[in-house]
Design a protein around this ligand. Structure first.
Ligand code: ZN
Length: 135
């Protein structure tokens, strides 16, 4: 698997992208209200704080919240079908991501998953999710 194109980092997302070089999944936390959020932002979604945001490592374990099988290639050369999903991490935040490693029809809502990394040419990587073995 390979991430064909991923967005450039900006001032807010650079720490998050840099962690993907080490295959670490960071989640932004707010010390002011104690909530986590994703994707990274310059202010807290919950209380609006801009000064109390910090980064923590997520385990990469989660469950499938919802998913869609994409049958029509969004651009020439894209491999279809593939699965776009909302994955709820154990820490509570939701990632919009891809499910890999199974036939699209084999997935169900509530499946347990763990993170894998789809490398890009510049050393960064995109988190994708595979079925968690033994569950
Ligand atoms: Zn907050």
């Amino acid at each position: 698997m390979h991430a064909a194109s991923i967005p450039p980092p900006d001032a807010v997302t650079a720490p998050w992208w840099n962690a993907t070089r080490e295959r670490r999944l960071l989640i932004q936390s707010c010390a002011a209200c104690g909530r986590d959020q994703h994707p990274p932002r310059s202010l807290c979604n919950h209380c609006g704080s801009t000064e109390h945001l910090s980064w923590g490592d997520a385990t990469g374990a989660g469950t499938v919240d919802s998913f869609t099988v994409v049958h029509q290639a969004p651009r020439p050369g894209a491999d279809v079908p593939y699965v776009i999903a909302r994955v709820r991490l154990d820490v509570g935040v939701v990632l919009l991501t891809r499910l890999e490693g199974r036939q699209p029809d084999d997935w169900s809502i509530g499946d347990t998953v763990r993170v894998e990394w789809a490398p890009s040419d510049d050393g960064r990587a995109l988190p994708v999710f595979v079925h968690a073995a033994g569950t």
